[in-house]
Design a protein around this ligand. Structure first.
Ligand code: GDP
Ligand code: MN
Length: 396
């Protein structure tokens, strides 16, 4: 589950990671009140107004702006709230901004050399260990840094048996070219950041930029935090941070219906039971010259209701040119699934794209018979290859 910047910073702050202080606002009036409060608390005169959407690159898209007085806070907030923010990480339509973070300006006026670093914490799947990835090239798109100056990106792997060791935090501060007070501050920052990552059961932290101010404070100016969904049950307060407005509406609807659905870019919709078979089916579609339009695992009980819900989800995607149903009847008998498909089809009236159904397992032959004699525009198959050939034929 992805979080907004302001929520990620709340979590960081709760573990002692220094952050750029801010208050979230839903309206320009709230933004002004937030700015006044921040001035009282921190003495800041200038504020940054930051669009809160689940996408990076907001600065480039005009979603991060500096306000030098309360009038500017109001007019900038007014401009950003409600806009469709387009960034290098959004679609061309952009993302609607519902709220802004009003934050203290931490790039002091007259401070000519604020240093910006990049730091992330994530799992290295190759070694099965968490790692801290960091770079002197902060504030930039890290993919560009990786491409053009890969020697400026460093990695530090953490042994799960010992956790982050003090020498590792010092090594990071050293590689970032720090000394004196800033060096000490950075080791504390790294330590707190890693602790926050572990304790919050996160799967990704990306802090870009980490800022060093001219008075040697180290703080997180931005925060991208992804939590591990499978650990949310032990963080009820984090689970409540979910903002479904930021998620794909079809995926949210699927979740409510207990279907495991991931939207993809292709032209063949697939309905499968079991994640492994779903992956294999996506390979099959590719081999037949198509591209999967989605990943959809309907789970163990493929009854008429679930099948119909699944068809409806798949058909919301206008790119879908064919649907491949690939169900293994183990727990549920194939003839029951076939009946479910026939019932769902009849219930929905007409389905405008060809459907290929492959049922294998208990009573597969009865199921095929049921589909073939239904009089509906549905093709049946029992073998994998047969299904692939039929998909190929309808796409041709
Ligand atoms: P992103 O574009 O979505 O990654 O959003 P960031 O939070 O990283 O902000 C973008 C850029 O805005 C940063 O790289 C900073 O250079 C700048 N910025 C962020 N906070 C401040 C601030 O307090 N003062 C000033 N002057 N610039 C800031
Ligand atoms: Mn950033």
């Amino acid at each position: 589950m992805n979080l907004h910047e302001y929520q990620g910073k709340e979590i960081l702050n709760s573990f002692g990671v220094r952050i750029q202080r801010g208050i979230v606002a839903q309206t320009p009036e709230e933004a002004v009140a937030a700015a006044k409060k921040l001035t009282e608390d921190t003495g800041t005169g200038w504020h940054v107004i930051k669009a809160q959407v689940h996408a990076g690159g907001r600065g480039k898209g005009g979603g991060v702006k500096l306000a030098k007085n309360l009038d500017e806070v109001k007019s900038i907030a007014d401009q950003i709230i409600g806009m469709d923010l387009v960034t290098p990480q959004t679609s061309a339509e952009g993302k609607r901004v519902h709220q802004v973070l009003v934050a203290e300006d931490v790039y002091y006026p007259g401070d000519n050399e604020p240093e910006e670093y990049y730091m992330s914490v994530l799992l290295n799947r190759g070694t099965g260990r968490n790692m801290i990835m960091y770079s002197t090239e902060g504030g930039m798109d890290i993919e560009t840094v990786a491409e053009e100056t890969p020697h400026l990106i460093f990695h530090e792997e953490i042994d799960p048996a010992t956790g982050l060791l003090p020498f590792q935090a010092r090594k990071i501060a050293f590689n970032l070219g720090l000394s004196g007070g800033a060096f000490k501050e950075m080791t504390k920052f790294v330590y707190a950041l890693y602790t926050a990552f572990e304790k919050s059961d996160s799967s990704l932290f990306e802090i870009n930029p980490v800022l060093k101010t001219s008075d040697d404070k180290i703080m997180a100016v931005d925060a991208k935090v992804s939590l591990d969904d499978n650990a949310l049950y032990r963080h009820k307060d984090y689970a409540a941070m979910r903002d479904v407005r930021e998620e794909n509406p079809v995926e949210v609807e699927a979740g409510e219906k207990g279907l495991n659905y991931v939207d993809l870019d292709g032209n063949v919709g697939c309905m499968v039971n079991g994640a492994g078979l779903a992956m294999a089916t996506m390979d099959l579609i590719k081999q037949a010259g198509g591209e999967p339009a989605n990943f959809l695992d309907v789970g163990g009980t493929a009854d008429a209701e679930r099948v119909e819900a699944a068809f409806q989800l798949i058909l919301k995607d206008p790119a879908v040119k064919a649907i491949l149903v690939n169900i293994f009847g183990g727990i549920v008998r194939c003839d029951r699934v076939a009946q479910g498909i026939v019932d769902a089809y009849k219930n929905m009236g007409t389905i405008s794209v060809p459907i290929i159904v492959r049922l294998q397992g208990t009573n597969a032959d009865i199921a095929k018979e049921l589909i073939d004699s239904s009089g509906l525009d549905v093709q049946s198959a029992i073998e994998f290859q047969e299904a692939a050939d039929k998909v190929q034929a309808v796409l041709a």
